[in-house]
Structures are given as structure tokens and as C-alpha cells.
Design a protein around this ligand. Structure first.
Ligand SMILES: [Zn+2]
Length: 505
């Protein structure tokens, strides 16, 4: 019996899967155990054809493949290449020791060429963890694997080429990490957005402290443009975050071939017709959804009330915990989902309820029904709510550029550095994540600020959750002005952003 190491993913981690092969005398038979039933037949057919078309006769006798451990869920096509190679080893076509310190994965086409698979980056991280030296991966996934240092990566395009390499007939060239430029999120710059000082200030605060933000206003006021410009003021990803983000994209099958690590923060804007599964993740073989693809970046939902309410309710848990759990009969799967939530909406179905120039044509019943589509608890999760209004003609025609994204980003970076120092050795990274138990200690307020908050709790009937969110926003505002104690004017600004557009809900 002979074995080759491959892998499977659990959440965003890969774990080893051992492909064991046994060829014995008896009736011709090819059995694979350890895979879900439906994919076994397909795997058998592909492997048989790929071997034949690569010039290797399929062995006579009883061929048994076991994918261990049995209790782990495995996705079929990944194991085609390791199974085919282990059959060749057991027939003595290639020496056993040539694969003993390797991790192998790849899907075979019928003609023996190798197709790309998902989760190669996490497999490479696993290979290093279990101290393997070499990896054979599909050519199209080679840059993804080469992200991980200290491994010899070989990108392979056909079964034949791997065999020739292992037999020293024709050596493959080891992959060097040189990713092509990834198509980055189209970056908009704040300097091209005229006016909207209040909205820009709100977005700066949100970026600095990781707060969620709701933009409301009539159509054509630039809500979408403001939202799309938001990533340009966020700090760049750290190396660790970059690996997380790339791993999720890889597992979801959304990573471009030949691109390496993702360096820019994700910005995901799913349409309101998206299903709950595509938003939060799921499927028979659980894949990450939009909220996980937005991990460490931004989830933007335009026209928020158009999203079905039951779909939006799925966001509440992940917004609190930064993780989404997909329940499965065998074992639940966790995907990280720590994103900043950005949404935009019109104030009413026609859109002009808050427009001073155009009359709103909706009945009060229509407006009520429209706003009822969003639940109170969901709205509660927006720390800043900003009314975006039409610009005056004078401002629209002015040619002066506003402050650039780079300048705003530099202030955001300083405020985040303060938070990093504050939260060193804790699970929390940003002011928005401050746990309730330490809020008094971290969001220390002056006597005047305390008084103002007490007043607001009374007059605006703020819930305890809302009050603590206001304090966290005030903490960020104080950080942006480099102050340790939250002063009255910091809290007033936080309340102003909280209060915006609340009276209608
Ligand atoms: Zn209206």
C-alpha cells in the first residue's frame, strides 16, 4: 500500500487528507472510499480516461483508493491528480520516495491535462505547517501557492509532465512568486466629490473606528459614489489580513489565476436580488458568501430597503460576531465575516421625501411600509446615519478640488495606530469592536460629556446598545483629534451622526 498527502478545507483552514492506494489480484475493480457517492463515479471515470490518454494502461486487478480520515468532508475533483499518481506509484511506474514529502492536488481532464482547483493558498499554508517540502499544484494556481515561503512549488499542466519530472526525464521549473498586477477595485478619490463635507466627515470617522454607516437621501445626490470612494480612505491591508482575504477568495473560487496576494481591501456590493445563500454563504459544499468575501473590507448594500427583510436579518449575527456559521448535518462550518457595513437608501419609494425642491409623491402609508422593511435591530447597527442632500448649483459648478483620499487616509491611519496600541494583546482591533465589559474604562468621558449623554438617553430614548455605540463613535472622534478623554463636543458630534434621519424610524 502507498499513500500521498493532499488536503481538504474546513472553513478557511486546510487539513491533510491521505490518499491510500492498494492494488491486489482479483477481478478488475476500481473502488474509491471516503468521497461522497455522487463524486466517486465521476472521479473514477476521469482518472481512468486521464491515465489512458496519458499513455498509462489502467492496472488490472482490484484497485482500492481510501481517502482518510473518513469523517472529513471532501470535495471530489481535488484528488484526481494524487489518486492517479498513487496508482502509478503502486504499479511501479514512478518511485515512491519521489512523492513522500509532497502535497498534491489537481483536477484531471479526460485528456490528462490539469484543471485549477480551489483552496490552494490554504493548502500551501498547511503544507508548511506539517513540514512538507514540495507541492504539485495546477499551473493556474501556482502563484497562489508560491505566496507561502519555504516550499518548492511546481505548477503542472498535465499528468504526463508530473510523471516526466518525477522520473527525471524532463524537470519542471520551480515556481517563483511573481504575481501579475491584480485588477484592483476601481479606486475613486474623494477629491473629485464636490461638497458633501458632512458625509465625508462621517465616512472618515467610520473608516477610523470601523463603524457601520447608512447614507440616506434623494436619488442623484452621490450616495453611491461616496460609498465607492470609501475604500480609498481605509488603511492598506496588513500582511496577515492579506493572507486571510486571499484565502477566502481562493476557497470561494474568486481568485484570478496568476494573481498572488490580494493587497487592497475588498469592496463587495451585491445586488438586492441576491439570495441569502449568496450573501452569507452556504451550499452543499459550503462556500463563503459576500459577507465573507467582504472580510476586512466593506460590504455595501445599495438601496437597502429593496433587499428582502429575511435576507437582511441574516446579517445581524455576523455584524456582532465577525463570523458566520453555516450549519451542516455533519459539522457546522465557520467563515470569518468581519466587514464594515455600508448601506444607502432613499427616504421613500419615490426618493424625494427629503428633497427641498422636488415634491414627494408617496402617500404616508407608502412611506411607512417602505421604512418598515428595515427592522429596528438592523437599523440599530448603523453607528452613523448621514443625510446626503443635493448640492447647490454654485458648488456643482465650482472647479476647486476637495481634499484628496490620501490626506484623509493619513489621518485614518494615525487614528488606527492609536487603537492598535490601545488594544494590543486583546481580541479587539477597532473602537467599533470594544466589548461592553470594558467600555467604561476605554471610553472615558469628561463630566460634561457624561451629562450630555444622560440627556440624550432621556430625550431621544436611546437604548443601552445605542448609547454604547454612540460612546464608541465618540471614542473614534476623540482619537482623530488625538485626545484621551472624550469631551462634550466629541460626544455631541457622535450624537449628531446618530440622530440624523432617526426621527423617521
Ligand atoms: Zn416619496
Amino acid at each position: 500500500m502507498f499513500s500521498i498527502t493532499s488536503s481538504t478545507t474546513c472553513g478557511i483552514e486546510s487539513v491533510p487528507v491521505i490518499v491510500e492506494t492498494d492494488v491486489s489480484n482479483g477481478m478488475n475493480n476500481f473502488t474509491i472510499v471516503g468521497l461522497p457517492d455522487t463524486s466517486v463515479k465521476e472521479a473514477r471515470d476521469r482518472i481512468r480516461a486521464a491515465l489512458k490518454n496519458s499513455g498509462f494502461p489502467f492496472p488490472r486487478g482490484r484497485v482500492t483508493i481510501n481517502l482518510a480520515p473518513a469523517h472529513l468532508r471532501k470535495q471530489g475533483p481535488l484528488y484526481d491528480l494524487p489518486i492517479a499518481l498513487s496508482i502509478l506509484v503502486s504499479r511501479g511506474e514512478i518511485p515512491q520516495q519521489s512523492l513522500s514529502d509532497a502535497v498534491v492536488l489537481g483536477e484531471l481532464a479526460l485528456d490528462g491535462t490539469i484543471r485549477p482547483v480551489r483552496g490552494v493558498l490554504t493548502t500551501a499554508l498547511m503544507a508548511r505547517r506539517i513540514q512538507k517540502q514540495t507541492m504539485f499544484v495546477p499551473k493556474e494556481n501556482e502563484q497562489e501557492a508560491a505566496v507561502v515561503p519555504d516550499l518548492h512549488i511546481f505548477g503542472v499542466s498535465s499528468l504526463r509532465s508530473v510523471v516526466d519530472h518525477l522520473l527525471n526525464r524532463s524537470k519542471l521549473i520551480e515556481t517563483i512568486y511573481c504575481p501579475t498586477e491584480t485588477t484592483q477595485n476601481e479606486q475613486h478619490c474623494f477629491s473629485f466629490i464636490k461638497g458633501q463635507a458632512l458625509a465625508k466627515r462621517g465616512l472618515e470617522i467610520a473608516a477610523a473606528g470601523g463603524h457601520n454607516i447608512l447614507l440616506s437621501g434623494p436619488p442623484g445626490t452621490g450616495k453611491t459614489l461616496l460609498a465607492k470612494s470609501f475604500p480609498s480612505i481605509l488603511p492598506p491591508l496588513t500582511d496577515e489580513e492579506s493572507i486571510e482575504v486571499t484565502s477566502i477568495a481562493s476557497i470561494a473560487g474568486k481568485l484570478h489565476s496568476s494573481s498572488g496576494l490580494i493587497k487592497t481591501r475588498p469592496f463587495r456590493s451585491p445586488h438586492h436580488s441576491s439570495s441569502a445563500v449568496s450573501l452569507v454563504g452556504g451550499g452543499t459544499w459550503p462556500v463563503p458568501g459576500e459577507i465573507s468575501l467582504a472580510h476586512r473590507g466593506v460590504l455595501f448594500l445599495d438601496e437597502l430597503p429593496e433587499f428582502p427583510r429575511h435576507v437582511l436579518e441574516h446579517l445581524r449575527g455576523p455584524l456582532e460576531d465577525g463570523v458566520v456559521t453555516i450549519s451542516r448535518a455533519q459539522a457546522p462550518v465557520d467563515f470569518p465575516a468581519r466587514f464594515q457595513f455600508l448601506a444607502a437608501m432613499n427616504p421613500c419609494p419615490c426618493g424625494y421625501a427629503t428633497d427641498p425642491k422636488r415634491p414627494c409623491v408617496c402617500s404616508s402609508f407608502q412611506v411607512q411600509q417602505y421604512q418598515k422593511r428595515l427592522s429596528g435591530p438592523l437599523l440599530d447597527r448603523f453607528d452613523l446615519r448621514i443625510e446626503v442632500s443635493n448640492l447647490s448649483q454654485e458648488l456643482l459648478l465650482s472647479e476647486s478640488l476637495s481634499e484628496s483620499s490620501a490626506v484623509i487616509q493619513s489621518r485614518v491611519v494615525i487614528a488606527r495606530k492609536k487603537q492598535a496600541d490601545r488594544f494590543i494583546d486583546t481580541a479587539c482591533h477597532l473602537n467599533a469592536e470594544i466589548p461592553h465589559s470594558v467600555i467604561d474604562q476605554i471610553c472615558h468621558m469628561s463630566a460634561e460629556a457624561k451629562q450630555l449623554l444622560a440627556l440624550a438617553i432621556d430625550s431621544q430614548s436611546l437604548s443601552p446598545r445605542a448609547a454604547s455605540r454612540v460612546r464608541k463613535v465618540a471614542r473614534t472622534i476623540a482619537d482623530l483629534s488625538n485626545t484621551e478623554t472624550i469631551e462634550e463636543h466629541h460626544l455631541a458630534e457622535a450624537l449628531q451622526f446618530r440622530g440624523q434621519s432617526t426621527e423617521r424610524f
